[in-house]
Write a protein that binds this ligand. Structure first.
Ligand SMILES: Nc1ncnc2c1ncn2[C@@H]1O[C@H](COP(=O)(O)OP(=O)(O)OP(=O)(O)O)[C@@H](O)[C@H]1O
Ligand SMILES: [Mg+2]
Length: 136
């Protein structure tokens, strides 16, 4: 992996549904600024919605760091979604399609991973941090 540079960074709260709307708008705006294809714009917005909604529902809220990236070759968009909830006890299980402890379809984590180029979960019983990135 080449060294990555953060070109621009913003920290956004995730405390309610309105915050998710704001996050969706900003992810769309930055995706357009980076001249992502419509497909990549939509992928990034969908993944951002899923992961931030999880942070709100299961993590009791938190914050998202949105970064514009460059490496030697490309530009990208990175999201890091953090909460201080009880964490995901079994990440492999949570990643499986159809697994939910709530009322959802259990598609958010697995679906999001498939939409993006890079996806990583760190979770302890003190909180969860999920990083995802799409490159142009
Ligand atoms: N930030 C989080 N903190 C704690 N548990 C989480 C978090 N995110 C996900 N989980 C756990 O992982 C499970 C699977 O998440 P996923 O997003 O795939 O499905 P869902 O949210 O249950 O349903 P859907 O996203 O399809 O509406 C959740 O039901 C929850 O138990
Ligand atoms: Mg979900």
């Amino acid at each position: 992996m080449h060294a990555k540079n953060i070109v621009m960074s913003v920290n956004l709260p995730i405390n309610n549904e309105y915050d998710i709307v704001t996050i969706r708008k900003l992810v769309r705006q930055w995706s357009i600024e980076l001249k992502f294809s419509l497909i990549k714009q939509t992928k990034m917005m969908t993944a951002a919605s899923e992961i931030t909604r999880n942070a709100l529902i299961y993590g009791g809220g938190g914050y998202m760091i949105l970064n514009k990236l460059t490496n030697r070759l490309r530009q990208g968009l990175e999201l890091i979604v953090n909460d201080e909830g009880c964490g995901i006890a079994d990440i492999d299980l949570a990643m499986q399609d159809g697994y939910t402890t709530g009322t959802g379809l259990g598609m958010g984590l697995g679906g999001s991973k498939r939409l993006v180029d890079e996806f990583a979960i760190n979770s302890t019983k003190h909180g969860t941090s999920i990083r995802l990135a799409i490159w142009k």
